[in-house]
Design a protein around this ligand. Sequence first.
Ligand code: ATP
Ligand code: MG
Length: 599
Amino acid sequence: MIPTGTTAVAQATVDPDPTKGWFRRLLPVINAHRVAFSIVLATGLTGLAVQVSVPMVLRQAIDVAVHERTGNLETYVLLLVVMALASFGLRFTYRYLLFGTACRIETDLRSLLYGHLTRLSFSFYDRVAAGEVISRANTDIRSIQLLLAFGPLAGLSVVSFFMALGFMLSIHVPLALVTVSTMPFVYILGQRLRDQVFPLSWVTQGRMAEVAMVVDENVNGTRVVKSFAAETDQIALLAKVADRLRWSATALIEARARFNPLIEALPRLGMALVLLYGGHLAIDDQLGIGSLLAFSGYVTMIAVPFRMFGFVLLQAQRAAASAIRIYEILDEQPEIVDRPGARALIDPRGRVEFRGVTFAYPSSEGASSSPVLVDFNLILEPGETVALVGRTGCGKSTVARLLPRFYDVDAGAVLIDGTDVRDLTLSSLRHHVSQVPDEAFLFSDSLHDNIAFGRPNATADEVEAAAQVARADGFIRDMDDGYNEVVGERGYTLSGGQRQRVSIARAVLTNPQILILDDATSAVDVRTEEGIHQALAGILEDRTTLVIAHRLSTISLADRVILLEDGRIVADGTHAHLMATEPQYAAIVAQGEDPGEDA
Ligand SMILES: Nc1ncnc2c1ncn2[C@@H]1O[C@H](COP(=O)(O)OP(=O)(O)OP(=O)(O)O)[C@@H](O)[C@H]1O
Ligand SMILES: [Mg+2]
């Protein structure tokens, strides 16, 4: 359990011991809300006691005040009014608290899970479809929340049944037995309803997700759909899944329509039985009219737990399955974490060394696939700019990903100033190593916040200076809201080149000693690229830079060029030297200059 003290995050984590049962593992999270739960139970039980006593008071009022005329009728009326008010207040309080607490636990679980997802390594996201995991987790967390809300409610209603039964037995034992005699049927019918309804509701839920997915893909992929004029096909697909949903939703409604009225009619049948038997008892003067009235009150009250219990049992099964799926994610250990005793990287000079690095991406089965890098050796001196050139898929981006420890090497080491990156704290390492990835990702946030992402408290001037370096200042000023302009989802309202410039400004702002530009100017037109290069040249001077390049103009920024093939360095030297000695290099450079390649 890690108490955090802040209110926004969960106050407790689930028990890390995977051998414990799902509910026991959840207990620390529930325990953090034990005060609220205690109040729920106390108010709930008091409310029940009041509610269950109402028919008894009614009975007294009729037998004593109306029939025998020995009591004051107004006093009973007043008492009933007070009881009604108290019962309302208590029931409101406990339901409000109960559902509120269940929702807070839901929020806790959600922030636990999302917090954990942010700590998981890249390799986790290579293995699983994150969107799917998250949407499934949402349903799973909701199903636990439902159990936490309805479980105590069902528990309380069971208590109310026994209270009511006690009162009824104290009045007339045989009539009490007649009154409860219809209850097993309520339970059985409820069970039959669930047997029919739940498979259908699962199917319906799945089909709703199906429709949502088709709609979602079409909205998000609308550019692709429209550019291939595939609207009619997509509409037909939507009609098909919508029709499947309609079928299961109709079947669901039918099952509910058949069973629900039956279940509701049973207590009325019970009431008829009470009237038949109890009425005769009253005629024979063996039972007071008040008692008869009390029994008819109880007959509807006691049906509730029988209707609820089966539902809650089923919900418990679903919550258990859900919890197991959630724990699967929570038990997933981030592979890349700070070593014990890791030290912070402070003011690095920026000497980078790949020493005998061998690396393979972990495959989905956990085993390693064939290595991308084999015995890879490369040294970047402080302040040096090195261009990494090679055919697509040869491992350039992989080299870039090993430096900030997005993945760990399988053999050898990556060192900064002679220290293995695995001996450095991740936060300090990533602070000094900035990467402009090949695909710029922008948040649907203001341009200022997007640039200031790595340094949220940067001033407006600093952000603008970084944007000027990245040649982003011009187009940002042309926007209606300038730096406050919010870019659409994933930055789609910007062009590819504009996104890349924002992404470069983001990296520049953190002022890293080591900079990685992964094909960072590929989406920019040649003139803008020149502008960026002029500005970058000044910045690159005193930092170590690895540029992954296709175009000659980018390569020309570098002091030295490395030619990579199948994860091995095949040539290392100046551009002129490689042009003269490596025909393969000349071919790649020529290809990079081909305008068709950039489209
Ligand atoms: N996350 C990943 N999981 C598994 N394999 C990967 C992953 N990323 C890349 N690879 C594989 O590793 C190899 C090298 O990929 P890498 O992205 O480093 O190439 P690259 O040189 O950057 O290519 P490009 O010029 O197209 O960007 C490729 O065979 C690729 O299929
Ligand atoms: Mg790449």
